[in-house]
Design a protein around this ligand. Structure first.
Ligand code: PLP
Length: 419
């Protein structure tokens, strides 16, 4: 039987090639690819919702079988799967300590756990206007309820964010900085995160890095970047579907078990899985937290979470982030060349994540027309507010022929006379 590990091993060493990926990896996605064929669609929205492996259905079925056959005996295996999930994510994002990765059902849930750990009732938060809507909306809601003051960092006229503009907003009153590693609307990778970390540290502020568009795209190390917290999730590049996310916590916020020492960060987003000795049912007057990252757990965790994310995380690890990154950049180049051959000028922000942009003031409408014509993309407003972009993201199953056809379809919609 072909497993993910044996399929990845069959690729051999060295750079990924279309021929090897089609031969060994595409068969692992037979259901999703059959879906594309049935919809008669080229799927380039992998930056939004990644394709699931066939194995994912079996993994979820395994979690359910444990329940059907074992009833409460299932807990042991479910807890083991969650530990494995935490270890896999830790390796994915370069966090050396698996227990420092706390499962969350959304990145925003991880972010709120940090907000609800800050010592001030109305903390001052520095945030870019390029944060994803979930974070943006949360911040505006906290501000509306006088639970936060927000200092917004704007992009330049081209919609690009600069570390120095974030640093300029950080001061002694700053409690928290939130910045995306890659901006969701443009794919821009924000450079010099380390300099933002140093500025935050110099002012005793915490920093959260949103890794949603870099985790699984390229090698990253939240340990090396030195951020206090990282949030992210699996429904894009690691193919784990909605609901399998995480909050990763830096060493300096992890402690021994027991009551929280005054001044240390612990969150209000808590529950009995964060208790020291969860199953002892003790109720000391002062809450006693578990050791390390387990202190950031909360109520009974959703135990399908590690199973839905397992296959995608395994595949990414087995192929390797460096090779995936190189291959994706090559595919983006192929697509950019094909678009230019059809008279369409893509926007190639450097450095960027896994997707390519085509600017258009009415990108949302164009994206809908593309979908009707058999090309699945999406579109987001540029953070500068001046235009919008169609986002196009190939994945390892996308062929060069599909990229060529995608360019033809785009030309037929954007410049019908020349197509
Ligand atoms: C940068 C970024 N952060 C977070 C999310 C998802 O947030 P949540 O898990 O809170 O829905 C997305 C989804 O597209 C994203 O692009």
């Amino acid at each position: 039987m072909t497993t993910i590990a044996s399929a990845a091993a069959s690729l051999g060493p060295g750079p990924l090639t279309q021929a090897a990926l089609q031969q060994h990896i595409a068969p692992l996605f037979s259901r999703a690819l059959a879906g594309d064929a049935a919809r008669n669609e080229i799927y380039l929205a992998n930056h939004s919702l990644g394709r699931p492996l066939d194995q994912t259905a079996d993994d979820i079925a395994e979690a359910l079988d444990l329940w059907y056959t074992g009833m409460d005996n299932a807990w042991e295996a479910w807890i083991g799967a969650m530990d494995e999930y935490r270890a896999k994510v830790a390796r994915l994002i370069g966090r050396s300590r698996p227990d420092a990765v706390v499962p969350k059902t959304a990145a925003g849930q991880g972010f709120r756990a940090v907000m609800n750990a800050l010592p001030h009732e109305c903390p001052t938060v520095v945030a870019t206007t390029g944060e994803f809507d979930s974070i943006d909306f949360t911040l505006r809601t906290y501000a509306r309820k006088n639970r936060a003051r927000i200092k917004w960092v704007k992009p330049d006229a081209e919609g690009i964010f600069h570390a120095e503009d974030v640093i300029a907003q950080i001061g002694d009153v700053t409690d928290l900085v939130i910045v995306s590693h890659a901006i969701f609307a443009t794919g821009q990778i924000v450079e010099n995160i380390e300099s933002i970390v140093s500025a935050a540290r110099a002012h005793n502020a915490e920093i959260v890095l949103d890794t949603y568009h870099t985790a699984g795209v390229m090698p990253i190390s939240v340990d090396d970047l030195g951020v206090d917290f990282a949030i992210g999730g699996n429904y894009k590049y690691t193919r784990g579907g909605p609901g399998a996310c995480w909050l990763a916590i830096a060493e300096r916020h992890l402690r021994e078990a027991g009551p929280s020492p005054a001044g240390s960060l612990s969150t209000l987003d808590t529950g009995w899985f964060a208790k020291n000795n969860t199953f002892a049912y003790e109720r000391p007057e002062t809450p006693e937290l578990s050791a390390g990252g387990d202190a950031w757990l909360e109520s009974t965790p959703p135990f399908l979470l590690p199973y839905q994310a397992e296959a995608g995380l395994e595949l990414v690890e087995a192929i390797g982030l460096e090779r995936l990154r190189d291959y994706n950049l090559k595919q983006q180049q192929t697509l950019a060349d094909a678009l230019r051959n059809h008279g369409i000028e893509p926007r190639e922000i450097s450095p960027r994540g896994a997707f390519l942009l085509v600017p258009h003031p009415d990108a949302m409408t164009i994206s809908k027309q593309l979908k009707q014509a058999g090309l699945n993309t999406d579109a987001r407003p540029c953070p500068s507010g001046t235009t919008a972009h169609i986002r196009l993201c190939p994945d390892i199953c996308t062929t060069d022929d599909e990229l060529e056809r995608a360019a033809e379809i785009m030309a037929s919609i954007l410049s019908p006379t020349s197509a």
